[in-house]
Design a protein around this ligand. Sequence first.
Ligand SMILES: CC(=O)N[C@H](C=O)[C@@H](O)[C@H](O)[C@H](O)COP(=O)(O)O
Length: 238
Amino acid sequence: MVKTNVRNMNDLLTLLDKGLIVSCQPVPGSAMDKPEIVAAMACAALDGGAVALRIEGIRNIEAVRRATDAPVIGIIKRDLPDSDVRITPWLEDVDALSAAGADIIAFDVTQRFRPVPVEALYQRAREAGCLTMADASCLEDGLLAQKLGCDFIGTTLSGYTQTPVPEAPDIALVRALAQAGCRVIAEGRYNSPALAAEVMAAGAYAVTVGSAVTRIEHICGWFCKAIAQNEQNKLTGF
Ligand SMILES: CC(=O)N[C@H](C=O)[C@@H](O)[C@H](O)[C@H](O)COP(=O)(O)O
């Protein structure tokens, strides 16, 4: 088992401070989408220096819990027929995540039509003894969640409430939230070590990296695109 030394809230905050969180979320239905592979990715990430994990789904969290006591940010993703909110939309999701051993429960705090109010999700997570992470899309989302008492404000959903999704991460949002006094977890498109370092300098408390570490399909796609672009440039003389 990969052991950490988290005993209380202060230990957790110290551990996360300026740390790398790795999101181990395989492409759904892919060759990597198996709880034992998620747990192996989580252990490898911790061996590489990650201080915490972001894990989707109960079976995956249970598998990770069997492998390590490192802090887990738990989420459940759902495709709802009548709402664009995907991340931890139901109170039952909060209950299941806490029962599975998540330390921090993350949920969508965007101001979109949703089945359960953000306040109720927050209360439920607190009653379960978990910390809370607000997955925000903009400054207003983040500030409302901060006012509510959420422990961490994530920039997770910036760029995902509209199309097309931008290529660059939203460092300006991290800076604005940090300046407003939020404990910000920078998340979303931090696809290089340089970007992760840059966002720390912008005031992030921690940074979460997913695709660039754990989604082989995305990483290969980036390489293939760059190679194809280079070949195209040669043909067109650029
Ligand atoms: C928008 C959304 O649903 N984001 C999800 C949130 O859990 C994940 O699909 C992302 O992989 C995660 O946020 C990490 O981001 P990136 O993979 O860009 O490092």
